[in-house]
Design a protein around this ligand. Sequence first.
Ligand code: IMP
Ligand code: MG
Length: 185
Amino acid sequence: MQENIDRVLIDRHTIAARVGEMAEQIAADFSKVEGGLDPVHITIVPILTGSLIFLADLIRRLPLMMQIRLVTVSSYPGKATTSQGIELKGQLPEDLTGHHVLIVDDILDSGRTIQYVTDLIAKRGCASVRSCMLLRKRIASAMNTHADYIGFDIPDEFVVGYGLDYDGFYRNLPEVVVLKKEVFA
Ligand code: IMP
Ligand code: MG
């Protein structure tokens, strides 16, 4: 595995420090939420599988009452039957009345995933919906997509590690890295 790494883009200490800052900001914003939920809590909606490691680190630094509803977003680019070519599966309740939702994902690229999930959650009656991404690519599609919390803006390169995969592998690397070109050949 290590022999396929070209270079480390964001090391583990830098990630940990930034996740801590993000958690502080999120905790400050969400500590003010009010609503009819008993007990008062926030609802975290992590998009699997890429957000796995980020999620685990982030939520342990959020001293807030929360419930976690895991979702998976599958893309079906070739299918004409689904309008956007995206489908959501998982634990998201049909009725989100009164919920303050935080969507957590690994990376903002085309923006399609976060746009789709945000719209869908907004339609279920939630009190508020915000999004949190560890990474955002410095490309127009990503920069023009609304996101409330971003960890790092990165160059338009394919990255893996800290939850992100290539062909299902490399999620367990503790840093965000760029792979050698020959891996993709
Ligand atoms: P979007 O809908 O194009 O913004 O897609 C975001 C999703 O694409 C992420 O949740 C990742 O699963 C995947 N993705 C986009 N860029 C990368 C990358 O550089 N490495 C690994 N996965 C990526
Ligand atoms: Mg993903």
